[in-house]
Unconditional design. Sequence first.
Length: 126
Amino acid sequence: MRKWIIPVTVCLFLVLFLVRAVHAQGNETTDSSQDVNLLDVPKNLASALGIPEYAGKLLMCALFTFWLLFPTAIYAKKNLEYIFILEGFLLLGFFIAVAWIEYWYMLVYVLVVAGLWAGKMKGIFY
């Protein structure tokens, strides 16, 4: 296993689970209407593109997921499916925490992963 995977995983855990306030302050000299709230990023994207807010949330999640999974797909050589499953689970947890998607996406993801691995687990217990 490469020695950079553990530090990257630790940093990913820190970013996804220890970040409490998802809010970036604007310039101190401006008024509070200039603040950037990361919870409203999908809504702002949707209004900028002229699409519904739900589609903006899904598009923002897809862009963020692609931004993180694409380098992993390029640099990871072994156990790529396990890394994708772990990163997907962590990303869905982050998206649910910042209210970009609903909680049932995680349920569907877990059911799909369990269904795909059911064939591998078939002969293990008997």
